[in-house]
Ligand binder design. Structure first.
Ligand code: GLU
Length: 442
């Protein structure tokens, strides 16, 4: 332990330390997901031989807020909700990241997701630090009116912390355009004029950008295309399994199908469906539009949601939730490539097994960065009061994704590490350089 740290009662981070119980992070962040983010960070920081001073500064979020607020339900009862907002780094510009509405949301989870947002933005060259927040609630059990009251009250609680040049929320799990419209309106009502740049992922008619909704899924597909070019694999000759059929998974399945790829299985929260010859994705979409869930789709057989991950295929795209590929199922996976549409779907223990088994992973902070890249385009358009055409959004997204892919692959070769560590190392390098230049004040 160094002397200053000892004097302040804080332990200093030691190179090679990867156990969250031993690194000097506060109890308040403690959660499996935060431990996972710290382990990934520590591995990349070790490879970079990052100095302790910067390492300690990047391990904990800079600012955060926990709020409890009452909401009147349709029944007339009052329920108290807990909301969070965590801003991880303020070094590169305002903070950016989604709002998650989920029944098990916690502070540590938001902190992990905020840290990943920092690395994601840095990797793809956006002038942001990472943030994440949300409300612990079950959006599927709430009426539209209840969702609106929760979102607006939460937005009000966040006003001292957010703003178009301070912290810019966006959709994440359980939220979308509708919630962003309410958030934008609540903030604007409070300051007295319309401030479209306070959130991204807004409806286009309110100053959102064309192409934001499909951006994360499209970015995943651009990543697959870049990897396939390197491997000299044609898309129409390969099989794909997609976990999740929401905003990310459905777009991935659709875009792969449109390129001639054979999407053999997809899943949602109820279960999975499979057709070895390839699912007719437009027909699956029509089915979901009508029946809400994949269940019962006639031209496929039902598969257990867990079995889905273990199906034999060329590419597996986890696009649902975190911690899906673990040390328990990693030995049984039968894919050749994993492209992460979700945030944090693979645990560090699973990463080690996959590396030993020669399964290539294209990590979340690269593969799913399309969402925040187009959020950045939206923010720029909102600030400039000038809208771009769909083609411009697509082309620029593609260019950002391809550059980031090339950066990760060259870093992986240079450092002789797998892609996740390479992506993190590139991002951490960028942030630590900026942090050193801005120095310590006072
Ligand atoms: N929630 C998305 C993510 O995890 C997008 C965040 C944003 O657009 O700011 O990357």
């Amino acid at each position: 332990m160094d002397r200053d740290a000892a004097a302040s009662g804080q332990a200093a981070a030691r190179p090679g330390e990867i156990n969250i119980d031993d690194v000097p992070v506060g109890e308040e962040w403690h959660s499996p997901l935060y431990a996972m983010a710290c382990r990934q960070f520590a591995r990349a920081a070790d490879v970079l031989a990052l100095d302790d001073e910067v390492r300690v500064r990047l391990l904990e979020p800079r600012r955060s807020l926990v709020v409890n607020f009452p909401v009147r339900m349709d029944s007339g009862d009052v329920v108290n909700y807990t909301g969070y907002r965590v801003q991880h780094t303020l070094t590169l510009g305002p903070t950016k990241g989604g709002l998650r509405f989920a029944p098990d949301l916690g502070f540590g989870e938001c902190a992990a997701l905020a840290m990943w947002m920092t690395w994601k933005c840095a990797l793809v060259g956006l002038p942001y630090g990472g943030a994440k927040g949300g409300v612990r609630c079950d959006p599927y059990a709430l009426s539209a009116g209840e969702m609106e009251r929760i979102t607006r009250r939460y937005a009000t609680e966040l006003i001292p912390m957010v703003g178009p040049d301070t912290d810019i929320p966006a959709p994440d799990m359980g939220t979308g355009e509708r919630e962003m419209a309410w958030f934008y309106d609540t903030y604007s009502q409070s300051v007295g004029n319309s401030v479209p740049a306070v959130v991204t992922g807004k409806p286009v008619v309110l100053g959102g950008t064309v192409g934001r909704q499909s951006a994360t899924g499209l970015g995943v597909v651009y990543t697959i295309e870049s990897m396939f070019e390197e491997l000299e694999w044609p898309i129409n000759d390969r099989s794909f399994v997609v976990q999740g059929f929401g905003n990310v998974g459905a777009v991935v399945a659709q875009e792969l199908h449109a390129r001639g790829g054979r999407v053999i299985a997809v899943s949602d929260i109820r279960g999975a469906i499979m057709n070895r010859h390839g699912l007719d994705i437009p027909a699956v979409e029509r089915w979901v539009a009508e029946h809400q869930f994949l269940e019962g789709f006639p031209e496929a057989e039902p598969v257990d949601g867990e079995e889905l991950l273990e199906l034999e295929c060329d590419v597996l795209v986890p696009a649902a939730r975190e911690s899906q590929i673990t040390e328990e199922n990693a030995p049984r996976l039968r894919c050749r490539l994993i492209v992460e549409g979700a945030n944090g779907p693979t645990t560090p223990a699973a990463d080690r097994i996959l590396a030993e088994r020669g399964i290539t992973v294209l990590p979340d902070i690269l593969a799913n960065a399309g969402g925040v890249i187009v959020s950045y385009f939206e923010w720029v358009q909102s600030h400039q009061k000038y809208s771009w055409q769909a083609l411009e959004v697509r082309e620029r997204l593609r260019a950002h994704m391809r550059d980031a892919f090339a950066d990760v692959r060259s870093m992986a070769q240079q450092l002789e590490v797998e892609n996740r560590t390479a992506a993190l190392a590139s991002a951490i390098n960028h942030v630590s350089e900026a942090a050193k230049l801005r120095a310590i004040y006072p």
